[in-house]
Structures are given as C-alpha cells and as structure tokens.
Design a protein around this ligand. Structure first.
Ligand code: NDP
Length: 234
C-alpha cells in the first residue's frame, strides 16, 4: 500500500536516507528543502519550518499532489554549539525555534488530516544528546529532550485515534552535521561508543521505517535509541 509520506529536511543527510527508504518501499514521498537543487525522485517542496506560511503552503502542495500526509517524519534540525557562558539568547532560541517549535508546527498541521482519517504515524528525530546532554550543546540538548515530552504527550492525546507518535534518538551519524567536528573530536566520540563507529544514515532510516510500518502498530510514545550503545541506560 502506497502511503503519502513527508520527511522534513529530506534533501540531505539522515532525512534523505529516510526519504529513500520509504520510496524504495513504494510510498509516495515529499521532502522539504530550503535552497539549492533538491534531489530527484521525490515531491520536493520549498519550506522553512520556522515559517508558518511556508509550512501551510507546503502541506497544501503535498495534499494536492500526493494526498494528505499519512506518515510524517520530523527530521529537520540544526546545531549552534557554544558553551553556556558564550551562548547568546539568539543561539538558544534559534535552535529551539527550528528543532522544537518547527517540529510542533509541522506535526500540528499534519494532525488535522490524521484525525480525520483516524490513523497516522509520526516519527520525531531527537538525539542521544537530548538524553545524555553534551557540553556546548545546551540549546540543542534542550530542544531534543523537549521532543520526547512533546511526543509522549501526543501519544497520550492521539492514541485513541490510531495515531502513533514515536521518537528515534540517533547517536553520531556520518552527515554534514558531524563533518564539522575535528578528527580528534571524532576519535574521542568513537571511543565512547560500544559499537566503536559512527552510524550510517541508512541505519537510522531503517528504524524510522519500522516505526511507520504496520508491524509497529502497538508502539507509541517510545524513544528508540539508534546510537551504537552510546546512550545506554535511558
Ligand atoms: P544535516 O545538517 O545534514 O541536515 C539537516 C537538515 O535539516 C537539512 O535537510 C536542512 O535543510 C534541514 N533544516 C534545518 N533547518 C531547517 C529549517 N528551518 N526548515 C527546514 N529544514 C531545515 O543534519 P543530519 O542529517 O545529520 O540531521 C538530521 C536530523 O537528525 C536533525 O534533526 C539532527 O539534529 C538529528 N541528529 C543528527 C545526528 C548526527 O550525528 N548527524 C545525531 C542525532 C540526531 P537545508 O538543506 O535547507 O539546510
């Protein structure tokens, strides 16, 4: 059965791997992008999730071209690392605005049609850092921890309507986001990961696709770590 899927930030990195995983399974996949040339093979809609109007336009286009969103993967996210002492209010609020409020915006808009259909799948991409914390990432960790409370509230709110809301918490994944780290930083991270390596984006995508599948129909409010064991204990 071909479903209408939306992956925010599906133009690169983890989001692109997720979009590909759904497309390979035969689903209709829309991705958001902000600039440049989006990858081929998807319904690419231009959308900055910090802008309500753009979110509304994106959903209208998706509904028109591939039907109401049945599976939403809220993946778009940013970092703006800084030690607390040097972290400006802007550094803090801009990360919250994208990662948490932006996710609220896209989930809220998707919820409308899901309620009507009395079914839906929502997967939020958090991070191991939201559970463990990380120096220099207080803004990012707060936003990613916030997603857990957000998802669990919605799981309770929407469960009776057959809508599941789950969280995937990746560890360190080989994408543009982590390519900014120095070799020394990367080595330091790998030393702490039981599986002793970074994840590939496809390894995150596999869990997301599972949570959106029929096999996962009885899973909601879960936080699935895909972190090589780094965050064990949460
Ligand atoms: P990338 O930096 O490679 O990609 C980030 C994606 O988010 C891009 O598609 C980007 O779009 C999009 N995006 C950022 N801000 C906005 C916005 N305001 N509106 C719409 N789209 C936006 O990151 P990853 O692929 O590594 O990360 C994807 C998700 O996974 C993020 O939420 C991240 O926090 C999370 N994560 C990543 C980990 C890692 O190790 N890489 C570990 C744990 C979690 P554009 O191309 O327009 O910039």
């Amino acid at each position: 059965m071909s479903r209408s899927v939306l992956v925010t930030g599906g133009n690169r990195g983890i989001g692109l791997a997720i979009a590909r995983a759904f497309a390979e399974a035969g689903d209709k996949v829309a991705i958001t992008y902000r600039s440049g040339e989006p990858p081929a093979g998807f319904l690419a809609v231009k959308c900055d999730i910090t802008d309500n109007e753009q979110v509304e336009q994106a959903y209208k286009e998706i509904e028109e071209k591939q039907g109401p969103v049945e599976v939403l993967v809220a993946n778009a996210g940013v970092t703006r690392d800084q030690l607390l002492m040097r972290m400006s209010e802007e550094d803090f609020t801009s990360v919250l605005e994208t990662n948490l409020t932006g996710t609220f915006r896209v989930v809220k808009r998707a919820n409308r049609a899901m309620l009507r259909a009395r079914k839906g799948r929502v997967v939020l991409i958090s991070s191991v850092v939201g559970l463990m914390g990380a120096p220099g990432q207080a803004n990012y960790a707060a936003s990613k921890a916030g997603l857990v409370g957000f998802a669990r509230s919605l799981a309770r709110e929407l469960g009776s309507r057959n809508i599941t809301v789950n969280v995937v918490a990746p560890g360190f994944v080989d994408t543009d986001m982590t390519r900014v780290l120095t070799d020394e930083q990367r080595e330091g991270i790998v030393k702490q990961v039981p599986l002793a390596r970074y994840a590939q984006p496809e390894e995150i995508a596999a869990s997301v696709r599972f949570l959106a599948s029929d096999e996962a129909a009885y899973i909601t409010g879960a936080v699935i770590p895909v972190d090589g064991g780094l965050g064990m204990g949460h």
